[in-house]
Design a protein around this ligand. Structure first.
Ligand SMILES: [Zn+2]
Ligand SMILES: [Zn+2]
Length: 151
């Protein structure tokens, strides 16, 4: 669990680029992670994504999320229908976790990533110097463990 106070107290608020969609987290995220996969690159347009994993029912979306879209098996994603910002993703292999881009949150600085997923797909010119645990693949074992410990 992130150690900063805003994240710990579950007072995180955020919004999409245009402000049409807002989110409030009533509980701290299970964990936070960079993701270097090519899907995240295309969705964000950025060289790496940073995501926070929440219990789905701890997130209050205004307006409520619709049905979302699925372009790959086992993955459903929601975007702002006005500005296109990615809002949240659900993965069948990570049950009971909702992944929200850390950049949506007003206090993103309190949500430092705790690991690297898909480090095997990281861009060769991207240099993040840290000692965080790295998974060549999704890191689903560690990510699932994070929510199990919070049950
Ligand atoms: Zn928007
Ligand atoms: Zn990814």
């Amino acid at each position: 669990m992130p150690s900063d106070t805003a994240a710990l107290t579950g007072n995180l608020t955020g919004q999409c680029y245009c402000g049409a969609v807002r989110v409030k987290a009533s509980a701290a995220p299970f964990t936070t992670a960079y993701c270097h996969c090519s899907d995240c690159r295309r969705i964000s347009g950025a060289p790496v994504s940073a995501l926070a994993a929440f219990a789905p029912d701890s997130l209050l979306w205004t307006p409520a999320l619709g049905v979302g879209v699925s372009h790959s098996a086992g993955v459903r994603r929601w975007f702002c229908t006005s500005c296109g910002s990615p809002l949240v993703a659900r993965y069948e292999y990570l049950p009971d976790q909702s992944y929200v881009p850390i950049g949506l949150f007003d206090d993103a600085s309190s949500l430092a990533p705790q690991s690297h997923s898909h480090a095997g797909s990281a861009l060769s010119w991207l240099h993040l110097r840290d000692d965080l645990p790295k998974s060549t693949g999704s890191g689903r074992g560690r990510l699932n463990d994070a929510s199990d410990q919070n049950d």
